[in-house]
Write a protein that binds this ligand. Structure first.
Ligand code: UD1
Length: 441
């Protein structure tokens, strides 16, 4: 597969790429799913726990991975991103860690940078990580990461926008999360793997990405049981070693493609995915009249029925993922009737609605609920991507809009979708990228 390099920043300039999409084509054929960004990020952070190389396969070529590479390299890690050949194999060696610090410059562009906090304090006895600050989709604090590390015996100081954690050696403890947090569970899982004694974590996130991280850690010599359920038991070990691990398929990318197939009235085989991770989506789509056929590592979606409105509520896994809410909203604009979409995980995660309105959708936001009245014809417009999944929703809407849509600020989509325009073109979409290099202010 010919992979285009991720275009993000040219020295002192910002690459403000746009997508130009002409709607109306049903998506037909096979589209392939990449490795999960949200599983790859904690896996890369886990390499900090050992002096030996960790080899990760199926790492997607997206901007958040590049940010993580920079983050690790700034600490003295050697990261070799091998794209194209050898199944996107990445080797990370953290033999010498010069400075256990994650700077604001990197953390501000990717909140998941907080994932280095737990492993650094466990391995180095100290860590300094910038607070992520505000974010387009809500406040998103990291208090639960901090509370958990304190339970494991770390001393925490917050100063000048940084969290400083220190502990000669972490000690196993009982941790009960007040609220379910995905990266919080992962951060503390990594810290507890190298702590003295046993840790029992309750009310953990059950996302497949958490289980995938535990699989990797166990290959590295950790003793973890129960990942993927709400109670995880970790027997701390003195040392972890290198390992080789293949990242699970990206269920959010798969869901985006499945919705694209349904929305465009296509017949799409979404291959290389894990249907077991897509249960809530497939169930909701069934209620909208979409036919799907899960295979061993694929889902075929047949969009030949008219779409019917169906309500949807985002929840922690195994519920409907918040990361697919925006894409589902694009589908709801084309369904007959009124769909109520309730966002339970993040406040302020409806920014795509405003842009969908510009394309002709009828959406009313009432607090955490979006009321979508369909079906309204969409027409091409100039719109702006505001965050990663919002951009995906605009791409989907553009695929069924009459005429041409220009989506600005697609650097958001490049954070988490590998080569999306080439993949969509391969199944019949009319989408191209145009570049504009602006001086940084
Ligand atoms: C992860 C995903 C992100 C997804 C989200 C929810 C990664 C890299 N990112 O983000 O794509 O949208 O899960 O499925 O895996 N919270 C607190 N205190 C904390 C931590 C979280 O109050 O210390 C709150 C958040 O504000 C939010 C909720 O808990 O309301 C869930 O957030 P969380 O699961 O932590 O999201 P992330 O792990 O950041």
């Amino acid at each position: 597969m010919g992979l285009a390099p991720v275009r993000v920043e040219v020295e002192n300039h910002l690459a403000m790429d746009k997508f130009v999409i002409r709607g109306g084509n049903p998506l037909l054929g096979t589209i392939h799913v990449s490795g999960a960004k949200n599983a790859a990020l904690p896996a890369m952070a886990a390499a900090l726990l050992t002096e030996e190389p960790v080899i990760l396969e199926s790492i997607p070529q997206v901007r958040d991975i590049e940010t993580t590479r920079k983050l690790l390299a700034a600490m003295g890690a050697e990261v070799e991103l091998g794209y194209g050949r050898a199944q996107h194999r990445t080797t990370i060696s953290c033999r010498n860690l010069a400075s256990p610090e994650a700077s604001y410059e990197l953390v501000k562009t990717m909140r998941a940078s907080t994932l280095v906090l737990g492993p650094l304090v466990a391995r180095c006895g100290t860590a300094r990580v910038s607070l992520p600050g505000g974010c387009a989709i809500g406040a998103r604090p990291i208090d639960l990461h901090i509370k958990g590390l304190e339970r494991l015996g770390a001393t925490i100081r917050q100063e000048h926008g940084y969290v400083e954690a220190s502990a000669k050696r972490l000690k196993g403890a009982e941790i009960i999360f007040d609220k379910i947090t995905v990266t919080g569970t992962e951060d503390l899982l990594m810290a507890a793997a190298l702590a003295d004694g046993e840790t029992v974590m309750q009310n953990c996130a059950r996302e497949p990405e958490v289980a995938d991280l535990a699989d990797l850690l166990n290959k590295m010599g950790a003793q973890i049981e129960g990942a993927g359920t709400s109670t995880i038991r970790i027997k701390g070990v003195a040392k972890l070693h290198g390992a080789k691990h293949r990242i699970i398929p990206d269920r959010i990318e798969a869901a985006t493609f499945i919705i694209a197939g349904a929305l465009t009235g296509g017949d799409l085989n979404v291959s290389g995915c894990e249907p077991a991770h897509l249960g809530a989506l497939l169930q909701t789509l069934e209620a909208t009249g979409v036919k799907t056929k899960p295979g061993k590592q694929s889902v075929r979606v047949m969009g030949d029925n008219p779409l019917k409105a169906a309500d949807m509520v985002t929840e922690e896994y195994p519920g409907f993922p918040t990361d697919v809410q925006a894409q589902y909203m694009a589908l709801a604009t084309q369904a007959e009737g009124t769909s109520v979409i309730t966002e339970n995980i993040f406040e302020n995660r409806f920014m795509h609605a405003q842009e969908l309105l510009r394309m002709g959708a009828n959406i009313k936001i009432e607090g955490s609920r979006a009321i979508v009245r369909g079906k309204t014809p969409l027409s091409g417009a100039a719109v702006q991507a505001s965050d990663l999944r919002a951009s995906a929703s605009l791409v989907l809407a553009a695929l069924v809009a009459e005429g041409e849509t220009i989506i600005d600020r697609v650097y958001h989509i490049d954070r988490g979708y590998e080569n999306i325009e080439e993949k969509l073109r391969g199944v019949g979409a009319q989408i191209r990228r145009i570049g504009e290099i602006l001086p940084k202010r």
